[in-house]
Design a protein around this ligand. Sequence first.
Ligand code: SF4
Ligand code: SF4
Length: 144
Amino acid sequence: MAKTALPVLNTRPSKKEDAKPKKLRVLYNCSKCPAYCCTYEWILVTRRDIQRLAKGFKLSYEEAEQKFTKDIEDYGQRVMRHRKDDIFKSACRFLHPTERRCTVYEHRPAVCRAYPEKSRCGYYDFLKWEREQQGDEDFIPLQR
Ligand code: SF4
Ligand code: SF4
């Protein structure tokens, strides 16, 4: 399968290890979303991301790498570890299961800081449209 077709959260510019967030007018509301972006199967992490997590949790680089990330051998990248999720099949281990927020916000990977890199989030537009169709502002499409 082509890398672009894989379930990968990777919005980083290719020439920089960490993306710098752009200042955009935001047309989505993460507080109303069940955090689709945190359920990408592969949420890519860099060495710098692991260093940041290690520092935040007062662990060694190796400990943080082992505890929080896993290697995708065929892809040649490390990704965030997942855990089972009550809404979707699984989610990033740092997503709060009921509050649907990041529990390591200050130490989150660069890819999480950069996403969705635009004023709009496609997931949020989809969520909003579905909720309007259902007449239910709490409706969650694409559940497992
Ligand atoms: S999927 Fe979009 S709206 Fe939902 S939490 Fe992620 S960035 Fe926010
Ligand atoms: S680190 Fe935080 S923002 Fe990034 S995927 Fe995990 S829960 Fe979501």
